[in-house]
Design a protein. Structure first.
Ligand code: NAD
Ligand code: UDP
Length: 319
């Protein structure tokens, strides 16, 4: 991308703050907005004296106007199952009203638009690994539906603004991503297990731990997203790391990394928890020339200093 004026929603969150850094590093100006419902201004503290960065605390569910911009990255939304269970209606609203408001901004300023969608659009998938052509298996009235259906609505809204208003839109389906700035107490598996291991507590495994996820390191994800934003692709693209782990083996890897002899404790599996998840990334590789570079062990090592610095401050949330 040439230097642009870019709006990032959800800028104080885990992914939004890394995205702001990469966009600024590339010479752009960035307006970050966030209502701080699940994010933390500390994620942006290092940008306090950056003249090309502005921050506005606002809720994107209310219409707002950032002035002339060239591109919108829409990343605002609770993302952890514990957060969206707590903020159910807010999650539905940000996926619907928030997405429409930001699409209106892109339409008004003839700006490009990239929406952070999710592997949760596939629900508890019957197709494995998940390809973008799979329509998903989502319980529309279960506890995860506030997130899954909001994201599915937002995909429909993005496609509608592309079709009816010719907005240059992009949809990324993000698979489980981790790294520094993941909120310690957001209840996601890497935040919980890393901080439990560092505090010398047993690691909480929901169910029998045989369910799988595929974990992507944050710098790989951001590289894929920037490549997609620069592309001509309007249909959804999976970005994630296809290396698939059972949750139990992920916990064992974390115990090995920390050198802890603590064990795991088993807790009930939350309702509708997907049984397995792994992205088929052949579309991203073919269209964008993108593949992830960092495997789980290395990414956990790269995140260790962050978790060591914060493990004591945050309480682990269980579902
Ligand atoms: P996060 O909770 O750290 O960040 C989300 C940010 O959005 C927070 O700073 C929060 O305060 C802000 N926000 C929420 N509602 C808002 C509103 N109404 N107005 C303004 N700001 C609001 O989560 P994250 O992991 O950084 O996720 C960012 C985006 O990526 C989300 O849209 C999420 O659904 C998507 N995503 C993330 C992952 C992942 O593994 N991290 C996977 C799939 C999709
Ligand atoms: N999980 C777990 N222990 C925890 C937190 C999560 O076993 O302390 C499991 C959870 O049930 C799910 C997987 O880890 O099967 C990933 O959970 P996360 O909340 O990180 O993300 P999801 O992919 O479910 O959105």
């Amino acid at each position: 991308m040439n230097a642009k004026r870019i709006l990032v929603t959800g800028a104080a969150g885990f992914l939004g703050s890394h995205l702001c850094d990469s966009l600024l590093d590339a010479g752009n100006s960035v307006i970050g907005v966030d209502n701080l419902s699940t994010g933390n201004e500390a994620n942006l503290a290092h940008l306090r004296n950056e003249p090309r960065f502005d921050f506005d605390r606002l809720d994107i569910c209310q219409p707002f106007d950032p002035g002339k911009i060239d591109f919108v990255f829409n990343f605002a939304s609770p993302a952890s199952p514990v957060d969206y269970a707590r903020l159910g209606v807010e999650t539905l609203l940000v996926g619907s009203a928030g997405t429409i408001n930001t699409l209106e901004i892109a339409k008004k300023y003839h700006a490009g638009y990239l929406h952070a969608s999710t592997s949760e659009c596939y629900g508890d998938p019957e197709v494995h690994p998940q390809t973008e052509t799979y329509w998903g298996h989502v319980n529309p009235i279960g506890p995860r539906s506030v997130y899954d259906e909001a994201k599915r609505f937002s995909e429909a809204a993005v496609m509608a603004y592309h079709r009816y208003h010719r907005v240059n839109t992009h949809l990324v389906r993000i698979f489980n991503t981790y790294g520094p700035r993941l909120q310690i107490n957001d209840g996601r598996v890497i935040s919980n297990l890393m901080s439990q291991a560092l505090r010398g507590e047993p690691l909480t495994i929901y169910g029998d731990g045989m369910q799988t996820r595929s974990f992507c390191y944050v710098s790989d994800l951001i590289a894929g997203i920037l490549a997609l934003a620069d592309s001509d692709e309007h249909l959804p693209v999976n970005i994630g790391n296809p290396e698939e782990w059972t949750i139990l083996s992920c916990a064992e890897e974390i115990l090995k990394l920390i050198g802890s002899d603590k064990k795991v404790v088993f807790k009930p599996l939350p309702q509708d928890d997907p049984t397995r998840r792994r992205p088929d990334i052949s579309k991203a590789t073919r269209l964008l020339g993108w593949t992830p570079k960092i495997q789980l062990r290395q990414g956990l090592e790269m995140s260790l200093a962050y978790f060591q610095a914060h493990a004591e401050t945050g309480l682990v949330q269980n579902s």
